[in-house]
Design a protein around this ligand. Structure first.
Ligand SMILES: [Zn+2]
Length: 222
């Protein structure tokens, strides 16, 4: 499936995207990473992404500043939201078409740097939760990239999801197998310095550690 030796990994600083990066590293690819700094994200996340990229030996870690999209943030939709009225199971952290925006910017970077493979760390749980992480979404987006870029008459672009069959816990097991320094990853969406231990990302993370009987090496609020 993979045809080119350069890969671009979308890196958020969490465990999933870090495992996706390390899996590409394990296979000997030339690594590039891209991180999106969007509204209300913590500088801690960006720092983690930089440290992880450095440790993985990436050729370049590109940070894209999306501050101008001040409407573009993780939200919990209130019951008065028009979006909520259409579907009462809108999950926290949902942002409409987030991945169309992120992967379009990744495609720009990939094409301008001669990279054919774009890698995302969406796991099996995400795919059930967010419609724009589904296999259908990425298959169709791959087709779009392959007829809408200047170089696509010569290059076969591929969007690759190495974790799409793994649960969050299986991703953590993979992180341990790959000897990833998990203390460098960051998941909390509510605060930095110390993780809150209560938000959706912290809860998922702590549940996975508990399932494999391990202590999370990052610091949490007491
Ligand atoms: Zn948290």
């Amino acid at each position: 499936m993979l045809s080119n030796n350069n890969v671009l990994v979308l890196l958020s600083g969490g465990i999933d995207s870090t495992v996706a990066l390390w899996k590409m590293k394990e296979q000997g690819y030339n690594l590039y990473t891209i991180t999106f700094n969007y509204f209300k994200r913590f500088s801690k996340e960006i720092e983690c992404c930089s440290q992880i990229s450095k440790l993985a030996g990436t050729i370049e870690h590109k940070i894209i500043n999306l501050d101008f999209l001040s409407e573009f943030e993780d939200e919990i939709y209130s019951s008065s939201s028009s979006l909520y009225k259409k579907n009462n199971i809108i999950p926290p952290n949902y942002i409409s078409f987030r991945n169309l925006i992120f992967y379009s910017l990744a495609a720009w970077y990939a094409e301008t740097h001669g990279i054919e493979i774009i890698v995302g760390g969406h796991n099996k749980n995400d795919i059930n939760y967010f419609p724009d992480t589904s296999i259908n979404f990425f298959e169709d987006l791959t087709k779009l990239f392959n007829f809408s870029t200047y170089t696509s008459n010569k290059i076969q672009y591929d969007i690759f999801m190495p974790l799409h069959k793994l649960t969050k816990t299986q991703v953590l097991e993979e992180a341990i197998r790959l000897k990833i320094p998990l203390d460098l990853t960051w998941s909390c969406e509510k605060q930095e310095n110390f993780a809150c231990g209560l938000c959706r990302s912290c809860t998922l993370r702590l549940t996975s550690f508990k399932k494999i009987n391990m202590i999370d090496p990052i610091q949490y609020d007491d």
